[in-house]
Design a protein around this ligand. Sequence first.
Ligand code: SAM
Length: 343
Amino acid sequence: MLSQTENTPARAKLFQPLDHPILLARPERVSDFSVWRGHIPFAMLLIELLRPGVLVELGTHYGDSYSAFCQAVDALRTGTRCFAVDTWQGDDQAGFYDDEIFNDLRAYHDPRYADFSQMVRATFDDAASRFADGSIDLLHIDGLHTYEAVKHDYETYRPKLNAQTAVVLLHDTAVTEGDFGVHRLWDELRAQTNAASFAFTHAGGLGVLVLGEASREKLRFLTDADPDDADRLRLFFERLAEPAILAKGLEPTRRELANAEEHLALTRAELERLREALALIENDREALRAHAGRLEMHRDQLEEALRAETEALRVATEALISVEQRPLNRLHRTLTGGAKSGG
Ligand SMILES: C[S@@+](CC[C@H](N)C(=O)[O-])C[C@H]1O[C@@H](n2cnc3c(N)ncnc32)[C@H](O)[C@@H]1O
């Protein structure tokens, strides 16, 4: 439970949300799958506060975190050069996946952000040589989360960090189940470095390690917050991210609606096609009916002609029979002696 504390002028000066409208930006790309959505408002604020020259993300997958960084860089015109490094093949924890995810993100990313951002499809180790020592201002590590893997990623990129400005974000610092080991590295780094730090605990947890002196002042409101304020800040950023999380909750319904609309459009098109086919059938039926009428008339004429011919044939046959009958009758009369004269 948070305690009521006095809102002194000194305290209020630390962080004024109304000075940062980027906090209210709607995330333009959220996937159904990433818990990272819970850190989007903070990610956008960070871009505004740090205005990093170079941002590198290790582990991008669907692009929830990376798209949020890019959206803020674009909206705030910070001039940040951004790099998303991933094999886009997956790993033991994220699962392995095919090219569809990479292609989908690329189709979203390139038209919007290609001016200042690159998707680097490579292992973190192979991509490291692309970045000069001391060149990275903001590093987000979100690859495989075993202790060994995340330690290796941190150590590989440590020399690449700009000593004056560097801030490192580690995702999943709050996950302690199974072989998730970011929390161990996080504890070690806080103990070993003299960096200022702050850890969010929602959405898997996000550790913010402020290594560069020049960035300390900018993030002091977080790193130097007293426990009550720290809790309020955690809750503030968690609550602020809820629309992005709810957007995810609505996503299946939106997709169902889109599918239903698509289905309706197809059904309407099919209905239209059937109507047209029915009209053609009606036309054909009319034509057939007319044709049948003509055939019936023709049949009646033929029957009439047949009857007339039959009648004529009968009359002719009878006449012929009567003609043929006469000599026979005569012969008969002769033979029977009854005949006096021929008939
Ligand atoms: C947890 S996901 C990243 C989540 C993402 N930041 C988000 O906003 O949801 C981890 C990603 O790291 C990638 N990955 C893990 N180890 C890697 C390595 N050594 N090299 C390149 N990519 C790696 C995987 O392919 C996977 O897409």
